[in-house]
Design a protein around this ligand. Sequence first.
Ligand code: GLU
Length: 300
Amino acid sequence: LNKIDTIQRASQAGPTALAPVEDYLAELHARVAAISGGKPADYIPELGKVDPELFGIAIATVDGQIYAVGDAAVPFTIQSVSKPFMYRYALQNYGRLAVLEQVGVEPTGEAFNSIVLDEVANRPFNPMVNAGAIAVAEMMLGETQDERLANMLELFSDLAGRKLDIDQSVFNSELATGHRNRAIAYMMLNTSMISRDPNEVLDLYFRQCSVKVTCRDLAIMAATLANDGKNPLTGKPVFGAQYVRDMLTVMNSCGMYDYAGEWAYEVGMPAKSGVSGSIIAVIAGQIGICVYSPPIDKAR
Ligand code: GLU
């Protein structure tokens, strides 16, 4: 955190002081690249085909400066890093109370795909685990599935400041093998946490996870969250500032799954991980960060 503070102060000092940020990132990249361990997720078979050596870091500031090092322009699927953005969208369009009826804000201490609802309200624990994210996916606005898919893609494109698309082969792979998510969706149909056909809701959820981004895109998307919902590159207000606190709080307490407590203790930044190997972190009012490295450990 102190280092990031230093970077931030350096970048505010004007163009002549920018090199220290790049130098620091290059040094950091070289240092961290030497760490080995973990392995790319392959429970979605298509994800297992990735080059495990890829490694990128990107930082975007709320005033639109971008610093990137390593493989920051290589596309991969967003996976669960999509969840805070979808949650933020649901809050904006339905309000806090309606969203709270479908999904809580309590950490689970369990894995991302645990088949568990809270026993009192029958709700998914929080929007960062799969159950909660599937309930939130149902809240995408649109009269038809096509309209909902178009709105979802528009949301992510606005957040990144460029037109994004779906990785069809990852989507197909997840659709073919996502039986655990199917079990979660049917369980929530049973408790009225979702009301439409589970397969239709999952179709959107799997596509949302299959949106193709780069490390640079995710840094900009995280910076949009850091910037009260306004994309720092395009200036477009994607979200209002109203629910920033709700979203950052849930990222802080639940974004890193069953590692969330340790992450908050060690790192302290609201963050979200995904099985493709990316993590975003947000320093409100300052920067969005993305790190991408496909090998993951058991905490994902
Ligand atoms: N699409 C993945 C799943 O639902 C997302 C999981 C993740 O990135 O943590 O299995």
